[in-house]
Design a protein around this ligand. Sequence first.
Ligand code: XMP
Length: 327
Amino acid sequence: MDGNVRPESMARITTKEQADAFIAEQIEIIKNQVGDAKVLLALSGGVDSSVVAALLIKAIGKQLVSVHVNHGLLRKGEPEQVIKVFRDEMDANLIYVDATDRFLDLLAGVTDPEQKRHIIGEEFIKVFAEEATKQEGIKFLAQGTIYPDILESEKGIKAHHNVGGLPKELDFELVEPVKLLYKDEVRVVGKALGLPDNMVYRQPFPGPGLGVRCPGAITRDRLEAVRESDAILREEFAKNGLEGKVWQYFTVVPDFKSTGIKDGKRTFDWPVIIRAINTTDVVEVTVEHLDPAFMDHLVERIIKEVPGVNRVLYDFTPKPPATVEYE
Ligand code: XMP
């Protein structure tokens, strides 16, 4: 039987009991597969890799070596949360690599969106491979491949990074415990494993991170404006009961400045663009129309708290014609 095909008899996991049964079964499978060897995992803090990490920690404890690479394009508080949840609370064997300077130095002056994505992807694999080669006794590589990744790769829609995109030097046997699960099932399993809600139910976040929300050549100050405005937006959406209701929301800081006025003096600063969208399949996307008073509050906070910003804009464009991300 093809291990990459979900059997028709497999029931959709929707309850804690089903998730617990899945977890118990996978723990046995993982233990049998791995023995006393070590397993490596690139832990981004996203839903899929976090669930795989939690599952493997339960199965093999410190035999799992998780590597969290901070490419400098993560959202505010993300690396801290990964360290808190996995190292402090689950006592995991977690290697944290702050590679911010490496990435930002390479990206300096690069304006082409595809080239930016390429640099980020390549460098990520390089940093991860460097950490991997420092470890002894690694025989397996765990991945958060999920069923839609397999289906999309097979149909040739996209070569998913979890499927076949590995560097040759990382020639390890794969451990992919959630590869037959759909996203909603991965979340149920994550919840049953005790992961925090904001990790399990978090909105999609692209691999190149805030890099695609800082269009054109990334500079540290403009990237900070993206990160700070994104943090304010997320905090306000959570406070106002919109977290989990709106599919995806974020800010973009484009590479131009406009004239403004503050304390009677001229300013010349960036705008922050707010994007909030809903979708089921990401092929077609509609715009969330926010309450006007809430929008006023967002403008006030962003202008007051984010250095270098004097204007806040709202993106009313559905997909198509616009894509969700700007690059
Ligand atoms: P677009 O911009 O293509 O985005 O309309 C559709 C969805 O995909 C997310 N996205 C990515 N996710 N790696 C990812 O894992 C990426 O490189 C990437 N680019 C876009 C985007 O956030 C949206 O949810």
